[in-house]
Structures are given as structure tokens and as C-alpha cells.
Design a protein around this ligand. Sequence first.
Ligand code: PAF
Length: 280
Amino acid sequence: MTAPILRRLDDLRATTAPWQRAGTRIGVVPTMGALHDGHLSLVAAAKAACEHVVVTIFVNPKQFNNAKDLENYPRTEESDARKLARFDVDALWVPDGDQMYPESFATNVSVAGLTDVMEGAHRPGHFDGVATVVAKLFTQTSATDAFFGEKDFQQLLVVRRMAADLDLPVTVHGCPTIRDIDGLALSSRNLLLSDRARTVAPRLHEEMQEIAEGLKGDRPFTSLQTAAITRLEKAGFTSVDYLDLRRQSDLSPAVDTRAPARLFAAATLAGVRLIDNMSI
Ligand code: PAF
């Protein structure tokens, strides 16, 4: 069944108020649209855990540090609504711009520490934009549970920290990354890849797997990292922003790989910035 598309806060509140009064679990799946199977896996997880599910679609200008990136971001609302029909979600929250950021809007939610590295270092202001909009989405939807993909692992940790620090009564669930058959992590940005670039894109994950194998064989991380970056550049990646091994708990450098660690990567291919991460 096609879910109602709500664009005004009054309509959203009127929808969620009876659910709240009944004490039911309200699951929210925050997205910026251009939905793919990764998003749909979050919707399935929300449906399994909660009586009511709201999917949000809002291309959040505050988290883009590059105007062109914001302009190019895919917007596919009609097909998104069609993809969601089979999940029987209760509502799509697609706020008009003024419902999220009225002219008088003056608040910024900023998470320190976790945001100093990787995406935070390469995209100034990005995580302030994410933390601000997600805090608002949680309160607007009266969420009890929220579902995020591990594909954006740093974002998942930032959102967990923000929700805990602000005492938001929301359980933040991390769900596994969904990959295409060739290993490329699903992302709305993949739609921006040319056919040629799409054939090269899986190299990022292949190189990460190569590093993981090397680490299993006790090879030093820095030499594996340097070789992988060289090969990625040769394959056509124009810049590799990072290819880092970090602790899963706080994103500090994983010098001791016996602690749960993840390998994180961000690299640009034909003008499209791809990110990925995997557990080591
Ligand atoms: O991961 C995303 O799509 C966005 O960062 C989010 C969480 C919907 C906030 O705009």
C-alpha cells in the first residue's frame, strides 16, 4: 500500500500522536531519497522491530559542504514512493524546506571528537549538518528506534553519540552494508557514476579486501596501504582522501589490531566521491 506523503509538521504530529499515546514503537529510517536496496534493508529492519515505521526523505542542505554536490544529488521522490509501497510503511516524511529550516532557524548540533577525522576532516561542517537534521528528525517523528546503515559507519557513531548526549529516547540500530554483486557498497551516489566509472568502482572494495588479507598474513599496514593507494590511482581514482585502519569504538588509529577495528576508505572516481568501510 502506498504510504501517505506528509510535508507539514502539523500533519506529521497528527499522524504520530495516537501511536505515541498507545505507547507503540515508532521506527524511523532517515534518508535523502534515491532509495536503493541498502535503504530498503533498513526499512525491513524497522518493520520487523516496530509497530509503526516512518521513512524520511530530505536532501539536507546543511550537510553539503559543496554547492555542486548538493545540486547534483539525485532526487527521485516518485520512484522512491513506489519502491516503498511493498513495505507497507505508515508514512513518508518529506518535509518542505521551511518545515525543517524556517528563516529564523539558528541552532547547530555539533558532536566533538568523533568528527575530527575522515569525513569530518574532509567535509568541514558535514557532521554538524547531519547531527542537526537527525536530532530534528528524531523529535519531529517521535521516534523510539532509528535505523542507519553501517556503510556510513562514522555517521552511525556520531548519531549514537548525539542521541545519548541529548538524552533522546531513541535506540539507534546499525544495519549491515548492502553490496552489489561485484562488491560495490550501495549508495545513492552510485547513480552519478558513468558506465565506465561503474566498472572501475568495485576496485575500492577489492583493494580493501586485499589489505584485510595482508593483515591476516601479518604484513605491515602502511605498506599495504601505500600499495593499495597506488593501484587505485592507476585504476583511475583521482584522489584517495583516506584509507585508514581505526578502532571501531572511537575511530582512533588502530595501532593494536587485536581491538575491534575497521578499515575506512574515501576516494573520488570520475568526480564521484565513494566511501566504504569493513570490519577487520
Ligand atoms: O545518510 C543519509 O542519507 C543522511 O546523512 C541522513 C542520515 C538521512 C541525514 O540527512
